[in-house]
Design a protein around this ligand. Structure first.
Ligand SMILES: [Zn+2]
Ligand SMILES: [Zn+2]
Length: 109
C-alpha cells in the first residue's frame, strides 16, 4: 500500500491511457506510474520489451493490427509483432496472426 507524498491520502491503482498501471491520489491528483517488474525508482528510461512468439492463449486484443491477406483463409486483417533474434546480423522478423483462423506466419522485412 502506498500513500500520497503530497497529501497523505491512500493511492489507488488505476490503468492509465498509456496502458501502464498508475497510482493515483483521488484527493490532489498525484499520479505515479508503476513499474511492475522493478522496485527501483531510479530508472527513468522506458525500455520496450522484446515481444516473443505468442502462445495460443495470449491475449491478442491488445496487439496492433495490419491489413494483410491471410495465406490460409484469405481474411484481410491480422495482428502483428516483431521478433528480434539474438544475432545482430539477422534481420528483425515480423510475425502475423490471422484474426479469423489464428494462422501465424512470418514476414522477413
Ligand atoms: Zn494527494
Ligand atoms: Zn486466416
Amino acid at each position: 500500500m502506498r500513500f500520497c507524498p503530497k497529501c497523505g491520502m491512500r493511492l489507488v491503482q488505476s490503468k492509465g491511457g498509456d496502458g501502464a498501471m498508475h497510482l493515483i491520489c483521488r484527493k490532489c491528483g498525484y499520479d505515479e506510474m508503476v513499474r511492475s517488474t522493478s522496485t527501483s525508482t531510479s530508472k527513468v528510461k522506458e525500455e520496450k520489451p522484446i515481444i516473443q512468439v505468442l502462445g495460443e492463449e495470449e491475449d491478442i486484443s491488445v496487439m496492433p493490427t495490419i491489413k494483410v491477406s491471410c495465406p490460409r483463409c484469405g481474411h484481410d486483417t491480422a495482428v502483428w509483432w516483431m521478433l528480434q533474434t539474438r544475432s545482430a546480423d539477422e534481420p528483425t522478423t515480423q510475425f502475423y496472426r490471422c484474426l479469423k483462423c489464428n494462422h501465424t506466419w512470418r514476414h522477413y522485412a
